[in-house]
Design a protein around this ligand. Structure first.
Ligand code: ZN
Ligand code: ZN
Length: 123
């Protein structure tokens, strides 16, 4: 009924067949074209997905048949984002503006302490 529904054989693009026959065809086509098959790999999510080995990871990452279970380790690192850092800066800057006054006072107190301590030592 729908001629566009034909699948293209990943080994030999001239081979076209209905999706229902693709899996069977792949098995026999793989045997007939071992040299081509060597450079191809099966998607672990769907046996009908045959892609060049160097593109296998790329395909499996975006495969429509990927199961939710395989997504688990993928999601974890994305949750940790350093979104708190920009928030800390303004409060830090405000602190630095206030700081010099406080620092000067405590520095004076320290100086006073040193003078008093020195006054204790006999001359
Ligand atoms: Zn084929
Ligand atoms: Zn796939």
């Amino acid at each position: 009924m729908e001629p566009e529904d034909l699948k293209i054989c990943p080994y030999v693009p001239n081979h076209r067949m209905p999706a229902s026959r693709l899996q069977y065809h792949l098995a026999s086509c793989k045997k007939k074209n071992p040299k081509i098959a060597k450079k191809m790999a099966n998607c672990k999510y769907n046996a009908c997905h045959v892609v060049p080995i160097e593109r296998l990871k790329e395909h499996e990452a975006s495969c429509t048949d990927r199961t939710a279970v395989d997504d688990e380790p993928f999601n974890l690192p994305k949750f940790i984002s350093p979104s708190l850092e920009p928030n800390e800066r303004p409060s830090n800057a405000a602190h630095q503006i206030l700081d010099p006054d406080i620092w000067n006072e405590s520095e004076e107190g320290k100086t006073m302490n040193i003078i008093m301590n020195e006054g204790l030592s006999p001359l």
